[in-house]
Write a protein that binds this ligand. Sequence first.
Ligand SMILES: CC(C)(COP(=O)(O)OP(=O)(O)OC[C@H]1O[C@@H](n2cnc3c(N)ncnc32)[C@H](O)[C@@H]1OP(=O)(O)O)[C@@H](O)C(=O)NCCC(=O)NCCS
Length: 177
Amino acid sequence: MEIIIRQEMPEDYQKTEDIVKKAFSNVEISDKTEHFLVNRIRTSNAFIPELSLVAVNQDKEIVGHVLLSKIEIVDGDQSVESLALAPVSVTPEYQQQGIGSQLIRAALDKAKEHGYQSVIVLGHPDYYPRFGFKQAMLWRIRAPFDVPNEVFMALEIVEGSLKKVQGVVKYSDAFEE
Ligand SMILES: CC(C)(COP(=O)(O)OP(=O)(O)OC[C@H]1O[C@@H](n2cnc3c(N)ncnc32)[C@H](O)[C@@H]1OP(=O)(O)O)[C@@H](O)C(=O)NCCC(=O)NCCS
């Protein structure tokens, strides 16, 4: 199946949100509000339009979406910019065909191209290590809430970029509601 990954455009917003909603509809550990999160991130300072990507099928229909947005890693009065990978969504009929992986790899490549250094994800410990994510605790990077170490992960998109970084991740206000 031929899938194209491209930047999300404003005219895609509604369709993307429908896909995000559908993708999470069967997920047990979900409050089913991820489409609202996407909507809030887009109108926040954390939004980077170039890092909101959609997967499009041969009929030009959106079947998946990934979003990287700005966060900070804060240690006392020091703060380092990073990115949150959240959420990633593939519509149920298209799951398990490599589209989620294509979206994530494309987003990481784009982030590197735009000069970003690292990415943080809260997600399944069996899924994200295949893209190079490791437990954030390895760098003494912590979540701002209680989560098991293995689900809170970080990735250096520029090698060594987290070497001197430690602290607590501060998500943008869009994540708060
Ligand atoms: C998670 C998701 C984006 C993956 O997309 P996908 O296109 O189905 O994934 P791919 O085809 O690239 O990869 C499939 C692999 O991921 C694994 N996988 C898929 N969803 C997973 C999950 N929630 N947890 C752990 N592993 C998962 C599959 O077991 C499969 O593993 P394998 O390659 O070892 O067989 C998609 O299943 C989805 O939208 N799920 C609902 C929303 C969600 O949970 N998003 C992630 C949290 S932000």
